[in-house]
Design a protein around this ligand. Structure first.
Ligand code: RFL
Ligand code: PHB
Length: 390
């Protein structure tokens, strides 16, 4: 097989890049390790920045998001048994975020790809990128027991944190930066109305909690747990009790509990790999960087990478210029590091750290108190939360 762009990974980054390329008439093939159903069964992010929503529109896959997604103009931070609202809309001159699940984004992009004849190969084993430091790169993999090869001009590694693309780069060509947090998030989904019409991020002495949603009838809740905690030890009732304990009293009383449809624990990590281009191989999304979910930035960063990468590739084919792909890594990383900083700050400000001690807790409290007495500090939070410009 021959194509222009071989994309590894059918997550949001790979699907979005593939659709933008297809719409621009640039040939591409997606090769994915898992089955389509498996990819669609993963419950992950839920908050889209306007930039990401615009990209979905541009891909021609934004209709359902516009119809069913919930535009949010603020978030609450809870501490001291009270909720404090951050007026995102007012503080940013009219910006919003849209609450719409990553699962739905993925489904819409897969449907669009099928409707426009894009080629995706699922359940591909042992995918390997080759010769990306030469002129003729290619991918090999196994499908239904047969050896396959795709020759291409470029390879896009959109295969997530555990993918093969980043691991294929020689160690001396890549530098990585990492911080592992000493806790995880236990999350559940339940078909009960959310406790509030906007998200609530709660700082509590028992640990962080987050009240989010997928729709007006489906709630998504998280509580901070120890890094080595096991899901089996968290029956639903224990989860609901713990969540309520960490919320201000009136809010806790309003939480409607119900059976969980999904329950899982995610570790928290900050990670960046530099650079994001190695000859004819590009990394995009989680393949290149991870943020702790507190700032709701993971999915949105995958989208901004794709924005820069797509523009660069389009310039290469349509304007015969390498300027865009030459700039890709530096441009993407500059935005990535700002989102890393914000996600790290939100995580530090809202969680309990074992090593924090009484001094650390006083500082954290002063930070939150300062925030709600300073328009400048609130503006910093708001403009980062809604997403920095591309
Ligand atoms: P994805 O979504 O991980 O997609 C990568 C795809 O590549 C495939 N793949 C391979 N294919 C072929 N060969 C290989 N060797 C391959 N290795 C992997 C995988 O099967 C997969 O289909 O990366 P992408 O597209 O960059 O998208 C990024 C987002 O998914 C991610 O940033 C967010 O979901 C992060 N994240 C969250 N972000 C939030 O903002 N809020 C959240 O609540 C939130 N929860 C989460 C998360 C990430 C999690 N992970 C990665 C474990 C919860 C979890 C559990
Ligand atoms: C979610 O709804 O899954 C969600 C929302 C906001 C976050 C993280 C996760 O910061």
């Amino acid at each position: 097989m021959r194509t222009k762009i071989a994309i590894i990974g059918s997550g949001p980054a790979g699907l979005l890049l593939g659709q933008l390329l297809t719409n621009a008439g640039i040939d591409n093939v997606i090769v994915e390790r898992a089955s389509k159903e498996h990819v669609l069964s993963r419950i992950r992010a839920g908050v889209l920045e306007e930039g990401m929503a615009g990209l979905l529109d541009e891909a021609g896959a934004g209709d359902r998001m516009r119809a069913e997604g919930l535009p949010h103009e603020g978030i609450d931070l809870a501490f001291d048994n009270r909720r404090h609202r951050v007026d995102l809309f007012g503080l940013t001159g009219g910006k919003r975020v849209i609450v719409y699940g990553q699962t739905e984004v993925t489904r819409d992009l897969m449907d669009k790809r099928a409707a426009t004849g894009g080629v995706s190969i699922y359940q591909a084993a042992n995918v390997l990128p080759h010769d990306f430091n030469r002129d003729r790169p290619y991918l090999t993999f196994e499908k239904d027991g047969r050896e396959m090869r795709i020759d291409c001009d470029f390879i896009a590694g959109c295969d997530g944190y555990h993918g093969i693309a980043r691991k294929s780069v020689p160690e001396d060509a890549i530098e990585t930066f990492e911080r592992i947090y000493p806790f995880g998030w236990l999350g559940i989904i339940a078909d009960v109305p959310p406790v509030n019409h906007e998200l609530i991020y709660a700082n509590h002495e028992r640990g962080f909690a987050l009240c989010s949603m997928r729709s007006t009838t489906r709630s998504r809740y998280y509580v901070q747990v120890e890094a080595d905690e096991r899901v089996e030890d968290w029956p639903d009732q224990r989860f609901w009790d713990e969540l309520r304990r960490r919320l201000p009293q009136g809010t806790a009383e309003a939480v409607i509990a119900g059976p969980s449809l999904e329950k899982s624990i995610a570790p928290l990590r900050s990670f960046v790999a530099e650079p994001m281009r190695f000859g004819r191989l590009f990394l995009a999304g989680d393949a290149a960087h991870i943020v702790p979910p507190t700032g709701a930035k993971g999915l949105n960063l995958a989208a901004s990478d794709v924005r820069y990468l797509f523009d660069g590739i389009r310039e290469y084919y349509l304007e015969k210029s390498t300027a865009g792909i030459d700039d890709y890594s530096q441009k993407a990383l500059s935005r990535v590091w700002k989102a890393e900083r914000f996600s790290w700050w939100m995580t530090n400000t809202m969680h309990r750290f074992p090593e924090q001690g009484p001094f650390g807790q006083k500082i954290q409290h002063a930070e939150l108190d300062y925030l709600f007495h300073s328009q400048a500090a609130l503006t910093v939070l708001a403009e980062n939360y809604v997403g920095l410009p591309y």
